[in-house]
Design a protein around this ligand. Structure first.
Ligand SMILES: Cc1ncc(C[n+]2csc(CCOP(=O)(O)OP(=O)(O)O)c2C)c(N)n1
Ligand SMILES: [Mg+2]
Length: 895
């Protein structure tokens, strides 16, 4: 160990001591005497850089940034520093731990530093890595560096043992926060901005993909306006949550710089037309922090969020509900709140962009070319759905997807150390993403700006920008703690936060220049849309056919006239087959007619029969194709498909799996219904007739439980015509109403029924065996209808057999029709190879299965559990005798 702080007094010495105690064998620094804060920053940042060996550049760059940042507020000091540095020729001999030995890099860095700050820094690389500090240690040092570089001379005294020598990042960060008003780190000087842009973003070598020239958005706003914009966002969140006495202020306070950059500098959007097809998309995946989004929409000029709406946050009937709802608030793309769902939706939005661009763009006519941005927090990163969807996005190489990870280290329970210590960056690198790191997302706006430019420059990979932020940034007593997560700051703390951030405006007060800054961007968006309109007019001339298709499918979101004529129609004489095969016929009939029809299966295409033969696979190099290969990622698949619909570009998405595994994507199905996404959920193997795979694969409660979801239509067709009817219903409901349909198809062959038709299917239930004055009615669904017909035939009484492919559709029929089909007072037996729950609405007696199935051939399972004409007949006779309730529940099959 060699530690010689030459001439450095207070801060430098303290900082070096901390490092020495924390890590033992540190390094030798030769340091000039004056300017302790600057020196300390340099010293600490060198160490930080040393720890993060793959990013040597960034380390040195950070030094420069550190100096620049320290100097920014103190012009006089900076000048003195510069003069003295140039005179004294600071000598720094740092032990750089690197694995890859590249002297050229070092020489370049030396030169860079020498030129930038008149420094002469000699870096002597050592070939071995020893005692590489852990991530936590590095974070600690980084936080300490932030503290010192912010000029906070009060250093937390470290304990004397290395293991305990931990400065809570939050403590250090809040020192940093306390010590300096927001803004001092911004684009204070052109030099600092350039340096920060060039340096404060760290990219890992592996994350580099195909690149185009990096352009940093022009720094049009001056630092004060920028700071005021960011603080406006923060305080609108603070004030709205305080007023509602409910909500989540912490996330918006930390994410405000990201939000500002997106809505005031980066995104193309038009508040007057939120459905413009080439708008940039934004998804707040950490939906609990929705005051960020509402503040941004308000500042950007969306009529949907006036100041009064912000004051009505979370109140009955307001446009600012507790989590973002696309169907409630214009400008919100997708509904978020269930963590991990939003970032997965963002993958779907980016996939939609990739497809439409590939399908419609022509040389000189770039109709579709936009980015999808999302902000996701620790919770989103932990949820399994984000793993599924983000792995898929990496596989697809969706280069226009830019995700910010709000890395604040806090969730509801407390610090993420409690449960979440994986390296998220490495995870995303492994997925095939570019990963960038912004070390100080609270203040270093330029670094975020630069990261966005880097993200855009990488065209063949999605980018994750891991932004270290402080939850509740600016709050003296709640920042960096779970206290800021989900409770109002309260009046006193809001006041204290105002003081700390130097915010002299009152509650819900936004200075005019802030509105002006956002308006500039919104106006630019409107101009872009106007330019787009002109482009499309020219495109119509040049590409009339494609333009007509684009106009119909994408802009007007209308189905072609008589599109449904493509659907197959069958007679009773046609050979029966499994409804999953009829489904395949329908899909392949629709696919050539509707270019907006796209989707796929979670690795069950050969079982679900969901491949479209007229198109290829939607893959990295073939975005114009339409067969999605989702992999075994049901939940991610559901969220991606919901977003394909919510993109509002007319796409009709479908996704497929076994009926039983809808459980894995249930939350996506529910959100489809809630958020009005027109996803078509195709499922096959819909009952115990699955057979040999056994009870793990045999849905029992699945279909009845999906019927409980409001606004979801469940269809269980019984034959070819009913399958075609189900598709007609599902496609029209998706395209015209943007609502979801779930379909359940059989694995086993079924006969075509008398009287089945598309028209009858669209009534939800109809007489499949007619009977004018029935003594008994038997209702069947799907694969059980033909069993009911056989049972009825074997009975002496007058029996009407009703096929009910959709409970929901039948419920929506006029009362006269419903009463005519199922007259009150007539004994009615329902038969479905599923739980009997719910059937009391339509039947007096029920045949079903309220136990788990069994591993055996499908026919055997049906027979043992009571789905035979004989058992149905026997139960019908009980019904006729006045017996009610569950007459056959499958227990007879249990051995
Ligand atoms: C799927 C899901 N599970 C649980 C929750 C409840 N919840 C809301 S916010 C939150 C913690 C989120 O932590 P983070 O994303 O880090 O947000 P921050 O605390 O940083 O604001 C939890 C568990 C949820 N909204 N969604
Ligand atoms: Mg968090």
């Amino acid at each position: 160990m060699a530690f010689v702080p030459l001439g450095a007094a207070s801060a430098c010495g303290q900082a070096a001591t901390v490092l020495t105690l924390a890590y033992g064998d540190v390094f030798l620094i030769g340091m000039v005497k004056p300017m302790e804060p600057v020196a300390s920053a340099v010293l600490l940042l060198i160490f930080f850089g040393e720890c993060v060996h793959p990013v040597k550049y960034a380390a040195i760059a950070t030094i420069v940034t550190g100096v620049a940042m320290c100097s920014a507020d103190h012009v006089a000091v900076r000048d003195v520093c510069a003069r003295r540095m140039s005179r004294l020729r600071m000598q720094v001999g740092a032990r750089i731990s690197i694995t890859r030995h590249d002297m050229n890099e070092h020489l370049r860095l030396q030169q860079y530093l020498a030129e930038a700050f008149c420094l002469d820094i000699r870096l002597r690389p050592f070939p071995t890595v020893s005692n590489m500090p852990s991530t936590r240690q590095r974070n600690t040092v980084l936080a300490a560096a932030a503290t010192v570089s912010a000029g906070a001379l009060t250093f937390v005294a470290p304990p004397s043992t290395p293991s305990a020598a931990r400065i809570e990042p939050g403590v250090a960060a809040s020192h940093a926060a306390n010590s300096q008003p927001q803004g001092s780190f911004g684009a204070a000087t052109a030099g600092a901005a350039v340096l920060a842009a060039g340096c404060a973003v760290r990219t890992t070598a592996k994350g580099k993909g195909q690149r185009k020239a990096v352009k940093v958005a022009a720094v049009a706003t001056d630092t004060e306006v920028e700071t005021d914009c960011i603080n406006s966002i923060r305080f609108l969140a603070v004030d709205a949550v305080n007023k509602a006495n409910s909500g989540h202020p912490g996330a918006p306070m930390g994410q405000a710089p990201i939000g500002y950059l997106l809505f005031a500098e980066e995104m193309a959007y038009n508040p007057k037309d939120s459905t413009w097809c080439n708008r940039d998309r934004f998804v707040l995946s950490s939906g609990h922090g929705c005051m960020l989004q509402y503040s941004l929409l308000h500042l950007a000029g969306y009529d949907s969020v006036a100041m009064d709406d912000l004051k009505q946050f979370r109140q009955w009937g307001s446009k600012t509900p507790g989590h973002p709802e696309n169907f409630e608030t214009d400008g919100i793309e997708v509904t978020t709140g269930p963590l991990g769902m939003g970032i997965s939706n963002a993958v779907g939005l980016a996939a939609a962009e990739a497809h439409l661009a590939a399908a419609y763009n022509k040389p000189d006519f770039t109709l579709i070319d936009h980015y999808t941005y999302t902000i996701a927090g620790d919770g989103c990163m932990q949820e399994g759905i984000s793993h599924e969807a983000c792995a898929y996005a990496g596989h697809l190489g969706l280069g226009k997807l830019i995700a910010f990870y709000d890395d604040n280290g806090i969730t509801i329970d407390g610090h993420t150390d409690l449960s979440f210590t994986e390296d998220v960056g490495k995870r995303f690198e492994a997925y095939g993403w570019q990963v960038l790191v912004v070390d100080n997302g609270d203040k270093d706006v330029d670094a975020i700006r630069k990261a966005i430019a880097e993200a855009k420059a990488c065209t063949d990979k999605p980018t994750l920008i891991k932004v270290k932020t402080t939850i509740g940034f600016g709050s003296p007593n709640k920042a960096d703690s779970h206290d800021a997560h989900g409770a109002p700051l309260g009046a006193d703390e809001a006041e204290a936060t105002r003081k700390q951030l130097g915010w002299n405006y009152g509650e819900f007060e936004v200075p005019d220049h802030v509105y002006a800054a956002f308006k500039k961007q919104a106006d630019a968006g409107a101009e872009k849309q106007a330019a787009w309109d002109k482009l499309f007019a020219a495109y119509k001339e040049k590409e009339p056919e494609l333009a007509a298709q684009f106009e119909r499918a994408v802009l007007n979101r209308k189905l072609p006239d008589n599109w449904d004529e493509c659907l197959p129609k069958l007679t009773e004489e046609d050979k029966g087959k499994a409804t999953r095969l009829h489904s395949q016929d329908c899909l392949n009939a629709i696919a050539p007619v509707l270019p907006e029809f796209m989707g796929g299966s979670a690795d069950l295409a050969p079982s679900n029969m969901t491949l479209m033969k007229c198109t290829g696979d939607f893959l990295k190099d073939s975005y114009s194709e339409r067969n999605f290969r989702f992999g075994i990622r049901e939940f991610g698949m559901g969220a991606v498909c919901n977003a394909l619909s919510l993109d509002k570009t007319g796409i009709i998405p479908y996704c497929a799996t076994f009926t039983i595994f809808t459980d894995y994507m249930r939350s996506a199905i529910r959100i489809a219904a809630l958020s009005q996404a027109g996803t078509i959920f195709v499922t096959t193997h819909d009952s115990i007739a699955v057979g040999e795979d056994g009870p793990t694969h045999q849905p029992i409660e699945t279909i009845p439980s999906l019927r409980l979801i409001p606004d979801l239509t469940v269809m269980r067709p019984a034959d070819g015509n009913e399958t075609a009817g189900a598709y007609k219903y599902a496609v029209e409901r998706s395209k015209n109403e943007s609502r979801p349909t779930m379909m359940a198809f059989s694995r086993q062959a079924l006969p075509n029924l008398p009287n089945s038709s598309i028209e009858n299917t669209l009534k939800g239930a109809y007489e499949v065996v007619e009977c004018a004055d029935p003594e008994l009615i038997i209702i069947g669904t799907g694969s059980e209808v033909h069993i009911c017909i056989d049972a009825a035939k074997s009975m002496d009484q007058k029996v009407r057999v009703v096929s009910m492919p959709s409970v929901e559709v039948f419920r929506a029929q006029p009362d006269s029709y419903k009463e005519g089909l199922l007259p009150k007072g007539v004994p009615t037996l329902s038969v479905e190879a599923a739980c009997t729950s719910g059937w009391g609405e339509f039947s007096t007696g029920q045949v079903g299965i309220n136990v788990f199935g069994a591993s055996a051939p499908g026919g055997t399972c049906l027979e043992k559990f009571g789905f035979t004409a004989e058992n149905v007949k026997a139960c019908g006779e009980k019904c006729l005798k006045g017996e009610t309730g569950v007459l056959s529940d499958g227990t007879q099959g249990k051995h």
